[in-house]
Design a protein around this ligand. Structure first.
Ligand SMILES: C[S@@+](CC[C@H](N)C(=O)[O-])C[C@H]1O[C@@H](n2cnc3c(N)ncnc32)[C@H](O)[C@@H]1O
Length: 221
């Protein structure tokens, strides 16, 4: 499935969804148009992207159902049943979860789609008291994107490979291919690190440990 379709497929039927970092507000518009949510909010930190969101919402005639807010993450945004944070780096996603108190409520569902640093997002979620309920790998051309369904709860990350793909993600049809891509990328990185004039021994050990854990996991999937 394509990235946006996968994000939409993980949004449960709900009262309201907030599309954080909405840009063109594609998620908010589709969630309302497909009647997954009655209402939506599209937020963005940038005036340009928010103007694009407003124009797209107007073009669909959905101004009554979708409001827009210029803000950092969820700052000042009232509680929604579902929050989607997609198309951003894993560390920015973790920051966004800290921008409202209601993100700690047990009845809120998150759909998170990191573009980079997913390996920092997964352990970061566990440290903050979230668990990954489901993880799907979306495909667009050659590119693979993880999409996480997350709720409050305890989840202990036991091994390093779980930084790259959660246990829940193992059932995704593209899980094996996704791990292959990560392993191949890390192998290239490892070779580059070994060949560098100034060796970064800490990073070399980190990448080596990741590769070891990921190759063992790949044997099982
Ligand atoms: C690559 S776009 C992703 C758009 C859409 N969510 C998607 O998945 O296709 C990232 C958007 O996030 C916005 N953004 C970055 N940091 C943000 C923050 N702290 N709070 C809200 N929006 C942010 C950017 O302005 C940009 O419009």
């Amino acid at each position: 499935m394509m990235r946006l379709d996968t994000i939409l497929s993980l949004i449960p039927q709900c009262e309201s969804v907030v599309d954080v970092g909405a840009d063109h507000a594609k998620v908010a518009i589709a969630a309302v148009a497909l009647q997954k949510a009655k209402y939506a909010t599209a937020t963005d930190i940038g005036e340009g992207p928010l103007a694009r969101a407003k124009a797209a919402i107007r073009a669909e005639g959905l101004e009554q159902n979708i409001q827009t807010v210029l803000t950092d993450g969820l700052t000042g945004v009232e509680k929604h049943s579902v929050a989607v944070v997609a198309g951003m780096g894993g560390e920015l996603i973790l920051h966004i979860l800290d921008t409202a108190e209601w993100t700690k409520d047990e009845d809120v569902t998150f759909v998170l789609q990191p573009m980079t640093a997913g390996e920092r997002l997964r352990p970061g979620l566990s440290e903050k008291g979230y668990r990954i309920v489901r993880e799907e790998i979306a495909q667009e051309g050659e590119k693979l994107y993880p999409v996480l369904l997350v709720r409050c709860g305890k989840e202990k990350i036991q091994t390093l490979d779980q930084h790259w793909l959660s246990t829940a993600g193992e059932s995704s049809p593209l899980a094996g291919g996704y791990l292959d891509k990560i392993i191949s990328r890390l192998k290239k990185q490892y070779a580059g690190l070994l060949a560098a004039e100034e060796r970064d021994e800490t990073r070399i050990s980190e990448v080596c440990a990741y590769l070891d854990a990921l190759e063992k996991r790949r044997e099982r999937i």
